[in-house]
Design a binder for this molecule. Structure first.
Ligand code: NAD
Ligand code: MG
Length: 382
C-alpha cells in the first residue's frame, strides 16, 4: 500500500487524486486537509478512513468533530493543522493540492519529515523555489510534478541525457480569450473568464489561464523543477491542448508528451513514478483528430506572461510580488470589484514599486506577501 496525505482534498486536484486512489485500490490515505467544505471532507473521511483531518477554520473543525464523533479521526485546524497533516508519520507522499502561498510552510515541513512531494501547488515553488529545491536535495526527497505541463516535461526527460537538454517548450492553450485584442478584453465578464476551452479546474487557476499568468507561473515553476533558467523556457501556444509540453535536446531532437486533457494522468504518474498503471478514460484518437496547431504567445495583450518572465529572470522576492498581487487581484475580479485587464495592471504596479530582496528567507517572502496585500487593500479598498 502506498501511503499518501492530501492538502486541499476537496478541490479539483484533491478530488481527482482521491478518484485515482479509489480506482487503483492500493493507496492508503493517511491524512486530509481542506479549507471549509466540511460536508465533502466528511464524505471523504468516511470513504478513505484517514486518521487525521485538518480544516482551516476552527469553528468548522469543531463542527466536523461533532459530525464524525462516531469515527476514530482526529480533527485539527489552522496552520498548525496543515503542518500536522504535512508531517503525518507513515505518509510517503504529500500531495500539495492547496491553492496559494499558504502551501509554503506545510511543504517545507513535509520535506523535513522526509516525505516525497507530489506538487500541484505551483505558487509554493514560484515564490520559494530557491528554498524548496535545495531543501529537498538535503533531505533526499523527490518533488514530483502534478501540473500537466511539468509532468509532460518530466516524462519527456525520462531516459534522456539531462545535461543534453537544450530547452523546454512549455505549451499553453491560450485560454478562452486567445486572439482577442485589449479593446475586446476590456469588457469580458467573470463568466467568460471562467469558461476554459479544454480544462476543468479550480476558479483561481481558471482565471490565471485566461490572463496567461498561469503560464507565467508555470515558466517559473519549470525553472525550479528542472533547473533551467527562464530564457531557455519557450511558451508555445497549442490551442487544442493535445501536446502537454516538449523538450528539445542539444542535437535538435524534440520529444513531446501527448494525451487527452485529463489531470488524472499527471496525478497518477506522480503517485506511482516510475511505474505506469492503467488509467481508465478517453484516449487520443488520431483518426478523428484533424489538427494540432501552434502560435506565438501574444505577450503585449497578455502582459502577465511578460511580467512573469521578468520576475522569473530577476528572482528574489519579485516572483512573490507577482504571485501575491495576482492572488489578490484575481479575488477582486471574481468579486466583480475590478475589470479583467486590471488584474495585470495591479501586478505591474506592485512589481514596479517593489524593492527586490535577493535570496529571501521564508519570513521575508511572507512579509512581502503581506506588504503586497496591504498595498492592494489601501489602493483598491477591499
Ligand atoms: P481548488 O480551488 O479546486 O481547490 C483548492 C483546495 O485547497 C480545496 O480543497 C480547498 O479547500 C483547499 N484550501 C484552500 N485554502 C485552504 C486553507 N487555508 N487551508 C486548507 N485548505 C485550503 O484548486 P485546484 O484547481 O485544485 O488547484 C490546486 C493547486 O493545483 C493550485 O496551486 C493550482 O495552481 C494547481 N493546479 C491545478 C490544476 C487543475 O487542473 N485544477 C492543474 C495544474 C495545477
Ligand atoms: Mg498547467
Amino acid at each position: 500500500m502506498k501511503k499518501i496525505a492530501i492538502l486541499g482534498s476537496t478541490g479539483s486536484i484533491g478530488t481527482q487524486t482521491l478518484e485515482v486512489a479509489k480506482e487503483q485500490g492500493d493507496i492508503d490515505v493517511t491524512a486530509l486537509a481542506a479549507g471549509s467544505n466540511i460536508r465533502l471532507l466528511e464524505e471523504q473521511i468516511r470513504q478513505f478512513c484517514p486518521k487525521l483531518a485538518a480544516v482551516w477554520n476552527e469553528e468548522k473543525a469543531e463542527q466536523l468533530r461533532e459530525n464524525i464523533r462516531d469515527l476514530d479521526v482526529r480533527v485539527v485546524s489552522g496552520m498548525e493543522g496543515l503542518l500536522e497533516v504535512a508531517a503525518m508519520p507513515g505518509t510517503e507522499i504529500l500531495v500539495t493540492a492547496i491553492v496559494g502561498m499558504i502551501g509554503i510552510l506545510p511543504t517545507i515541513e513535509a520535506i523535513k519529515a522526509g516525505k516525497n512531494i507530489a506538487l500541484a501547488n505551483k505558487e509554493t515553488l514560484v515564490t520559494a523555489g530557491h528554498i524548496i529545491r535545495p531543501l529537498a536535495k538535503e533531505y533526499g526527497v523527490s518533488v514530483l510534478p502534478v501540473d500537466s505541463e511539468h509532468s509532460a516535461i518530466f516524462q519527456c526527460l525520462q531516459g534522456g541525457q539531462r545535461s543534453a537538454l537544450h530547452k523546454i517548450l512549455l505549451t499553453a492553450s491560450g485560454g478562452p480569450f486567445r486572439g482577442m485584442t485589449r479593446e475586446q478584453l476590456e469588457h469580458v465578464r467573470v463568466e467568460d473568464a471562467l469558461h476554459h476551452p479544454n480544462w476543468s479546474m479550480g476558479k483561481k487557476i481558471t482565471i490565471d489561464s485566461a490572463t496567461m499568468v498561469n503560464k507565467g507561473l508555470e515558466v517559473i515553476e519549470a525553472k525550479w523543477l528542472f533547473g533551467v533558467n527562464v530564457d531557455r523556457i519557450q511558451v508555445v501556444v497549442q490551442p487544442q491542448s493535445i501536446i502537454h509540453s516538449m523538450v528539445e535536446y542539444e542535437d535538435g531532437a524534440v520529444i513531446a508528451q501527448l494525451g487527452t486533457p485529463d489531470m488524472k494522468l499527471p496525478i497518477q504518474y506522480a503517485l506511482y513514478y516510475p511505474q505506469r498503471r492503467y488509467l481508465p478514460g478517453e484516449r487520443l484518437d488520431f483518426a478523428a483528430m484533424t489538427e494540432i496547431t501552434f502560435q506565438k504567445p501574444d505577450m503585449e495583450t497578455f502582459r502577465g506572461l511578460k511580467l512573469a518572465y521578468e520576475a522569473g529572470r530577476m528572482g528574489g522576492t519579485l516572483p512573490t510580488v507577482l504571485n501575491a498581487a495576482n492572488e489578490r487581484a484575481v479575488a477582486l475580479f471574481l468579486d466583480r470589484k475590478i475589470s479583467f485587464l486590471q488584474i495585470t495592471e495591479i501586478i505591474e504596479a506592485c512589481m514596479e514599486r517593489h524593492k527586490n530582496i535577493p535570496d529571501p528567507t521564508v519570513k521575508e517572502i511572507l512579509e512581502t506577501e503581506q506588504e503586497v496585500y496591504e498595498f492592494i487593500n489601501r489602493r483598491y479598498g477591499c
